[in-house]
Design a protein around this ligand. Structure first.
Ligand code: 5GP
Length: 191
């Protein structure tokens, strides 16, 4: 997605050869027009699949996911990273290792919002090693629902997540694919 690539080049900050900061349009301040275009791009890519619900992880996944859900006219559900006071029996819980925070988080979703037989489209802002996406996928599958696909705004293709998810049989659609962040420069995967 050229618009997104231009934005990454003009506003992204390469923090290391592993981490890109995009807090001016995705991770802190949000560009709503770009997010709408992102949502429309995901809706187009998954147009041939049945999607009953969009699922993401709070908080940075919410902006792209809400625009995807709006375009597809389905609800958005976000997994929570904070421990809920709700009874354990009412929630699905998965432990997910956070790439940026380098800690394990308990991710929870209320059982009442995922039903067997539903087709769920997972959306996230970044894909590094796939921990967040696999965690969400495990919850969807434990609810007896299916995964329509995984939509990623920025895939770092040099890390293991994209390969691991595709090997596990999931359809992964990424709008920007980064081949490397070495020498402070963003290089995209050439199509
Ligand atoms: P994964 O779970 O695939 O290892 O990492 C993806 C998650 O970590 C995303 O939800 C995102 O919040 C965060 N993340 C991974 N890499 C980056 C990065 O380079 N920049 C930012 N801002 N977040 C990242």
């Amino acid at each position: 997605m050229k618009l997104l690539e231009h934005k990454i080049i003009s506003e992204g900050l390469v923090l290391s050869d592993q981490v890109l900061k995009v807090d001016s349009f995705l991770n802190h301040m949000v560009d709503p027009e770009l997010m709408l275009a992102v949502g429309q791009a995901f809706a187009e890519r998954f147009a041939g699949s049945r999607v009953d619900k969009v699922l993401t992880l709070e908080s940075s996944g919410i902006a792209p996911a809400i625009m995807t859900a709006l375009t597809l006219k389905v609800p958005l559900l976000f997994a929570r990273k904070h421990k809920s006071l709700t009874l354990k029996d009412d929630i699905y819980v998965e432990t997910v290792y956070s790439f940026t925070k380098q800690q394990h988080n308990e991710v929870t979703i209320s059982r009442k919002f995922l039903s067997p037989g539903e087709n769920v489209l997972i959306i996230d802002d970044f894909l590094a090693h796939g921990e967040a996406a696999f965690g969400m996928a495990r919850i969807v599958e434990s609810a007896g629902a299916s995964i329509a696909g995984i939509g990623i705004v920025i895939e770092k293709s040099f890390q293991s997540g994209a390969g691991r998810l595709r090997e596990a049989g999931y359809r992964v659609e990424s709008l920007a694919r980064i081949a490397s962040l070495t020498d402070g420069r963003v290089t995209f995967v050439s199509e």
